[in-house]
Design a protein around this ligand. Structure first.
Ligand code: SAM
Length: 430
C-alpha cells in the first residue's frame, strides 16, 4: 500500500542542510579555543531545553555559548523536522502572501520553508518574525541570506521584518499562514490556569494573527507535555472555527491526547462563562474509540528517521553525546479557510481535495500511522495509528514491510469485530 503522504525531508531540504554547517561557520565563527567546549555547550543547552524548567531566563539565546550551540545543533535538527512536514504538506501560498512566524529564533522556520518548498523561491512574500530576542533573529537572517546565495545565487523576493516582541503583541498585518516552532513549550506551562482554558486563550490569540481564510502551523518537540498541548490546542482551534488539517485524519475527538481531557470542565460547558449564547457542543467533540483507560493516554507524536541528516550533523550530535536515530515531533495544521488544501476529511465545502473526496466517497478510511512496528501475540505485526474510528491498531502479515511513522494511508479493509485486548484499539487489517 503506497502512502498518500510521508514525513521525510525532501532532497532539496537535505541539500540545504548539508550546506548549513559552512554557512553557520561563516556568519557566526567559533574561535578554535571555544570549539572544544561546543559539545559541552550543546549538552547543557539540551538539558536546559528538555527539562520542565521554569527558571530559564527569557533571553537565554543571547549568551554566546548558548547561541553557538543552538545554531549548530538545534537549528539544523529543527530544519530537519520542519522540512519533513513542509516538504510533503498540501499547502500553497499566493503572490504577496503574509506569513507570521512566532518565536522565530534564528529564523529556523523561514530556512525550512525555503529549503522544503523551492517553488516559493519565486513568490513574493512578507514574513514577520516575532521573538523576544533580536540578536538571534538577526543572526538567523544573515544565515538565511547566505544560504540562499550559496545554493541558489539569489535571495528570494521575501520581505523579512524582524519584530522584537512577545507572543500576543500586534503585528502590522494579518497572516495567510502563521507558523510557530518549538516555542509554546517555553511559556505555555508557566500559566497555571487549567489546560483547556489556556488552550482556548492561546487559540484565540493565534487566530487573531491570521486572516479569515488563514491557517496555523505549529510544531513542538515530541514529548508528552507538548503532545498534550497540541491536542488541547487542536480542540480549542476547532471550537473557535479552525478545524485540524493535519496530522489528524479527522476532526472528531483526539484519541491520543496525553493528559488533556476537556476544554472546559463538564459543568461549565452548559453555559460558557460570560457568553450564555455559545452553544456548549462547540466544546465537546464527537467521541471516538479511546485507548484503554489509564492515567495518561498516549500522546500524538512522530519519530522521523534521522539517518538522512548530513554527516556533519550526525557527527556533532555523537560528539555531544546526543546521537539521534529518530527526530521526534508533534505538529498541527489548522485552517479557517481555503489556503491549505487539506489531506483530510473536514466537512466543509471550502476544504476539498482529491484524497478527501475519495475518502468521503466511501472508498477507504484515512489513517495516520503513529508508532513503530511491533510483534503481536499471533505472530503478525502491529502499528498504532489514528483514524476517524479512534485509536487504531494496523495489523499486518508477518514479513510485510512496515509503514513509517507519519505515513497517511487510505485503508479499504473493514475493522475487526473485536478490539485489541491490550490497548483497547480498534483493529484494522491492512
Ligand atoms: C526553542 S527556540 C525556537 C526557535 C525556532 N522557532 C526553532 O524552531 O528553532 C524558542 C524561541 O522562542 C522565543 N520565545 C520564547 N517565548 C516567547 C514569547 N512569549 N514570545 C516570543 N518569542 C518567544 C525564544 O526567544 C526563542 O528564540
Amino acid at each position: 500500500m503506497r502512502p498518500l503522504e510521508t514525513l521525510a525531508p525532501s532532497a532539496d531540504s537535505l541539500a540545504a542542510l548539508a550546506a548549513l554547517e559552512a554557512v553557520i561557520d561563516e556568519i557566526s565563527p567559533i574561535a578554535a579555543k571555544h570549539r572544544a567546549g561546543l559539545k559541552g555547550d550543546i549538552r547543557r543547552l539540551w538539558e536546559d531545553l528538555t527539562s520542565d524548567r521554569e527558571s530559564r531566563s527569557a533571553d537565554y539565546l543571547s549568551s554566546p555559548p548558548a547561541l553557538s550551540a543552538y545554531l549548530r545543533y538545534f537549528l539544523p535538527w529543527n530544519v530537519y523536522r520542519l522540512s519533513a512536514i513542509l516538504s510533503n504538506a498540501d499547502f500553497c501560498l499566493p503572490d504577496n502572501a503574509v506569513v507570521v512566524d512566532i518565536g522565530s529564533g534564528p529564523l529556523t522556520t523561514v530556512i525550512a520553508l525555503w529549503a522544503a518548498r523551492p517553488e516559493l523561491r519565486d513568490v513574493p512574500l512578507t514574513i514577520y518574525c516575532l521573538d523576544r530576542v533580536e540578536r538571534v533573529m538577526e543572526t538567523g537572517k544573515a544565515i538565511f541570506e547566505t544560504l540562499c546565495l550559496r545554493l541558489d545565487g539569489r535571495i528570494p523576493p521575501w520581505r523579512i521584518e524582524l519584530h522584537k516582541d512577545s507572543f500576543g503583541e500586534t503585528l502590522p498585518e494579518r497572516a495567510h499562514l502563521l507558523t510557530a516552532a518549538n516555542v509554546f513549550n517555553e511559556f505555555f506551562w508557566k500559566d497555571h490556569r487549567n489546560l483547556g482554558e489556556r488552550a482556548l486563550a492561546t487559540a484565540r490569540t493565534l487566530l487573531s494573527y491570521i486572516r479569515e481564510n488563514g491557517s496555523v502551523f505549529i510544531m513542538e518537540p515530541g514529548d508528552p507535555r507538548s503532545g498534550a498541548f497540541v491536542s488541547s490546542l487542536r480542540a480549542a482551534l476547532l471550537a473557535e472555527g479552525a478545524p485540524p488539517l493535519g496530522p489528524c485524519p479527522h476532526a472528531l475527538s483526539c484519541p491520543m491526547p496525553g493528559i488533556f481531557r476537556h476544554l472546559l470542565p463538564p459543568e461549565e460547558t452548559r453555559t460558557v462563562k460570560g457568553d450564555p449564547n455559545v452553544a456548549p457542543s462547540r466544546f465537546i467533540l464527537p467521541p471516538v474509540t479511546m485507548p484503554k483507560k489509564r492515567d495518561k493516554f498516549p500522546w500524538c507524536h512522530f519519530g522521523i528517521d534521522s539517518s538522512k541528516a548530513p554527516t556533519w550533523l550526525q557527527a556533532l550530535s555523537e560528539e555531544a553525546g546526543l546521537p539521534k536515530e529518530k527526530a521526534s515531533l508533534s505538529y498541527l495544521w489548522a485552517a479557517r479557510g481555503g489556503l491549505v488544501r487539506p489531506p483530510v476529511g473536514i466537512p466543509s465545502p471550502n476544504h476539498s481535495s482529491e484524497r478527501e473526496r475519495r475518502a468521503r466517497a466511501g472508498r477507504g478510511i484515512l489513517v495516520r500511522v503513529v508508532s513503530e512496528p511491533f510483534a503481536l501475540p499471533d505472530g503478525s505485526s502491529g502499528q498504532y495509528a489514528c483514524s476517524s474510528l479512534g485509536y487504531t491498531l494496523l495489523k499486518r502479515q508477518r514479513g510485510d514491510s512496515p509503514f513509517d511513522s507519519g505515513n497517511l494511508l487510505e485503508v479499504t479493509a473493514s475493522p475487526l469485530a473485536r478490539f485489541d485486548d491490550k490497548s483497547g484499539a480498534i483493529v484494522l487489517p491492512t
